[in-house]
Design a protein around this ligand. Structure first.
Ligand code: PEP
Length: 252
């Protein structure tokens, strides 16, 4: 199955609007001759409309980092899927471990957010991953299976055609630790067969599964060489366009 490689940058809570536009503009310059992989950056919500405007007619796509599942109402400080879409986003990260860890995100809210994203025409990137403790207790698959099945249980095959899954072991995010090639290969293979069990072989074959966790220019080629790895979700190493391009052009 031919899955288009996908490299996504998560800018977390970094950069003012002006700084974000500057980096995005530089990234677009560096990507001007790019056909593959597909590239996306997720700036803060405040920067998103500015970055989306700066990236119009370039190969670089835009995503958001979070949404509220309600359409509108008295939810101070929140933004809806429709607002994010209208601001120029195509993708949306859902269930990032930092949101699960610090902001009480649960599989239940993840599921509601995916529903809201799909209704607004946003493509969800569902982030899942085990903690160090869960891995040591040999509960990795148990945790991942729960996150995937609870997050996706309400949806049918057609709704999930644009789903992207991102496996991000919590212990590898922002720590400099990367999962070994063998660990990543095992988990990604497992996730693909889980998608087949839960949905269909066709959906499992089509769904892109990204790896995230301290991806950098030095390790991206080996990670992308793994059979079931279709891309990377990159935090720290995506903040500088001249560094990020070395991850995007991992094949050159
Ligand atoms: C992330 O934020 O999803 C991430 C993987 O971060 P980092 O690349 O910095 O580990």
């Amino acid at each position: 199955m031919n899955r288009r490689p996908f490299i996504a940058g998560n800018w977390k809570m970094h950069k003012t609007g002006q700084q974000a536009v500057q980096t995005a503009t530089r990234l677009a310059e560096l990507c001007s001759d790019l056909t593959d992989p597909e590239v996306m950056i997720a700036p803060t919500s405040l920067s998103l409309p500015l970055v989306a405007k700066a990236l119009e007619n370039t190969p670089v796509k835009v995503g958001a980092q979070n949404l509220h599942f309600e359409k509108q109402g008295a939810f101070t400080g929140e933004i809806s899927a429709e607002m994010i879409k209208a601001a120029g986003a195509e993708y949306i990260l859902i269930g990032h471990s930092e949101r699960r860890q610090y902001f009480g995100e649960t599989d239940e809210s993840v599921c509601k957010k995916i529903k809201a994203a799909l209704e607004a025409g946003l493509k969800p990137v569902l982030c899942i991953g085990e903690t160090q403790e869960q891995r040591e207790e040999k509960n990795t698959y148990l945790v991942l299976d729960k996150q995937v099945s609870n997050g996706l249980k309400r949806f049918g095959l057609e709704e999930l055609s644009d789903l992207v899954l991102a496996y991000e072991p919590v212990w590898a995010i922002g720590t400099g630790l990367t999962a070994s090639i063998e660990q990543v290969a095992q988990v990604h293979k497992h996730l693909r067969s889980l998608l087949e069990d839960l949905f269909s072989k066709d959906l499992a074959d089509r769904t892109r599964i990204l790896y995230g966790g301290s991806v950098k220019p030095e390790n991206v080629k080996d990670l992308m060489g793994i059979e079931d790895v279709d891309g990377a979700l990159v935090g720290g190493a995506s903040l500088d366009a001249d560094n990020f391009i070395n991850i995007i052009k991992y094949n050159e």
